[in-house]
Design a protein. Structure first.
Length: 138
């Protein structure tokens, strides 16, 4: 069995963002030469996320509004974690959206359902963060 691991780095200028990383993951898969296996994509920071969904701007807006209702940033004094920090909401948003995804690899391609794409979700931006892509298989 073959294994390849690479890191993608992000530094968003805004606090929250959704970035389609499917092209980068597909490129790493092609470089790996793996035809059959699994691809793990994992956010390596506790205030960011990786998830699979549709690449549609209205949906991403709806995610942002929904997450802000579930874990509002303000008032920062609401959260015990924010004593000395102001990112407790980002930790909660990450918990909701998820840490990682695993996608099957079939015939050298990511084996997606209709409309599926891989996204990096940033909830406490303006600093450098990374995502692990680990591909295993034959």
């Amino acid at each position: 069995m073959k294994s390849v691991a690479k890191e993608l780095w992000f530094n968003t200028p805004q606090e929250r963002a959704f970035i389609n990383i499917t092209p980068q993951v597909e490129s790493l898969l092609q470089e790996s030469g793996i035809q059959e296996g699994l691809c793990l994509v994992n956010a390596m920071h506790i205030t960011s996320s990786v998830f699979i969904n549709d690449d549609e701007a209205g949906l991403h807006h709806d995610f942002d509004v929904w997450l802000e209702k579930l874990a509002p940033h303000e008032p920062v004094s609401f959260y015990r974690h924010n004593q000395g920090e102001e990112n407790a909401d980002a930790h909660m948003k990450r918990q909701i959206m998820g840490r990682e995804v695993v996608v099957g690899v079939t015939k050298g391609k990511l084996h997606f359902g209709p409309w599926e794409q891989i996204f990096y979700g940033e909830f406490d931006g303006k600093r450098r963060k990374r995502v692990l892509v680990k591909i295993i298989g034959e």
